[in-house]
Design a protein around this ligand. Structure first.
Ligand code: PNS
Length: 166
């Protein structure tokens, strides 16, 4: 049984993430979407909120599990005996950081490979940060997040601070 890990902050999950998860789900027996801490980011949504959004947004994908972990991705992959980490790459700007993480993870856990999928064309510019910024000013994010969680994200972000600060 081949298990792949789709890691991220998912703050919140977007249609870009969903596109990657759906494509990965066709390539592996089991996919675990895991919310991990990113020390470079200050999340707007709690872990519980993010897990709830991911679970609802991936409910129709049969081989997907949703989880969270307060530690290193490399350790999580060992624990789950995952053969691969899969991440989406949007642009050259993503590459340096993702490359650094992939190499560090390989050093920490040589049994897990990192694979990159190119983001679909329509999601090239999409990010959780853009979604948060638009929604906090009451802008339309219906093209960016799954419809089943749209209202919850909108309501929650309108109540928060403006822009990208959390
Ligand atoms: O969605 P993001 O913020 O780009 O995802 C980055 C994430 C959360 C996958 C990354 O920061 C991570 O792996 N965090 C867990 C801690 C860890 O393993 N850090 C070392 C990476 S070499």
């Amino acid at each position: 049984m081949k298990t792949a890990i789709c890691p991220g902050s998912f703050d919140p999950i977007t249609l870009g993430h969903i596109d990657i998860i759906k494509r990965v789900s066709k390539l592996f027996d089991k996919i675990i979407v895991v919310v991990l801490p990113n020390p470079r980011k200050n999340p707007c949504f709690t872990i519980e909120e993010r897990l709830d959004f991911i679970k609802r947004a991936t409910a129709d994908i049969p081989n997907v599990e949703v989880d969270c972990y307060e530690g290193l991705l490399a350790d999580y992959c060992k624990k789950k005996q995952a053969c691969c980490v899969v991440k989406g790459l949007r642009a050259v700007s993503d590459f340096e950081y993702e490359f650094q993480m992939a190499l560090s993870n390989k050093k920490l856990n040589p049994d897990t490979e990192t694979i990159f999928l190119t983001t679909s064309e329509q999601n090239l510019y999409l990010s959780s940060s853009i979604v948060k910024q638009i929604a906090s000013y009451g802008g339309d994010i219906s093209h960016f997040v799954p419809s089943c969680i749209l209202e919850d994200i909108k309501n929650r972000l309108l109540k928060g601070s403006k822009g990208n600060e959390c």
